[in-house]
Design a protein around this ligand. Structure first.
Ligand code: URA
Length: 268
């Protein structure tokens, strides 16, 4: 026997209506459990075993839900914001009541944002002690010297109590004709029409592109690490978290559910 839940709560949690709406549906005989119409709101159903049907489809309860959003620039990584659109506003049609973004990306940062209601996993992915890699593509205004790269790897003084934890940094190169194209290709933005116009001005001064890997997530961390060496980040995109990479078929603003394999990979 699995976990049990009241029938009205199950329907409401699965987004079939408000608690009072689903009670009406049940009273009107529109809900069946294991083939028989049930009019008792409070019937306890077994979430794993019982087959609940409403409106011609099976109602399946998912305790945890996981979404991969390609966060666009301009929206904030919060559940609520008085002024700007939040990342939850982009999950059209989903029940967002209990969802939250795992960590924050700055308003002008793009890329992989995990959105879930699994607090335990969210906590573990962010905890520096768990050493989960977060990878970013950073376009910057000044190339770092070899000695600076070494410091970047070992720990940077960004003005906090402690140096940053050891980090990865690699130069992104390519056969593209201009530095902009190298950066754009690396960041996966060149394929979309209008990208040059969209990003052109905000990328003024752009010179070099790096792939940066962090295991912590301090406020503006990537930007502050480059700033410590007099280099400004003009474009930033997160491309992976742990072993899960951003699905590049998602345009900024689009999202999809994580596959079971991806959820497993994050739990490892
Ligand atoms: N580092 C930053 O500076 N900004 C982000 O959004 C994420 C990491």
């Amino acid at each position: 026997m699995g976990e049990k839940m009241r029938l009205d709560r199950l329907l409401a949690e699965c987004g079939e209506g408000t608690r009072s709406e689903v009670k009406t549906y049940i009273k009107k005989g529109r809900v069946s459990v294991n083939g028989a119409v049930v009019k008792d709101n409070g019937l306890k159903v077994d979430l794993a075993e019982d087959e609940v049907i409403f409106g011609g489809h099976r109602v399946v309860y998912e305790k945890f839900r996981y979404f991969m959003l390609n966060k666009p620039q301009g929206c904030v990584s919060a559940t609520r914001d008085g002024l700007s659109a939040t990342v939850l506003d982009l999950l059209n049609g989903e029940i967002t009541r209990d969802l939250f973004p795992v960590g924050r990306l700055d308003k002008d940062t793009e890329g992989f944002l995990l959105i879930t209601n699994d607090g335990q996993l969210g906590h573990e992915l962010l905890s520096p002690r768990k050493h989960v890699d977060k990878c970013y593509i950073a376009c910057v205004t000044k190339a770092l010297e070899p000695a600076q790269i070494e410091k970047f790897r070992q720990g940077v003084d960004v003005g906090d109590d402690k140096l940053t934890m050891p980090a990865g940094i690699e130069l992104v190169t390519g056969a593209a004709a201009t530095p902009y194209e190298v950066a754009a290709a690396a960041a996966g933005i060149i394929r979309r029409s209008g990208a040059t116009e969209k990003y052109g001005e905000s990328m003024a001064g752009f010179q070099e592109t790096y792939k940066v890997t962090l295991q912590e997530g301090r406020y503006h961390q990537v930007k502050r690490m480059f700033e410590a060496f007099g280099s400004k980040v003009v474009y930033l995109k997160r491309i992976s978290m742990g072993d899960v990479c951003l699905d590049e078929s998602l345009a900024p603003g689009e999202y999809r559910r994580l596959t079971e394999d991806e959820v497993e990979a994050l739990r490892r």
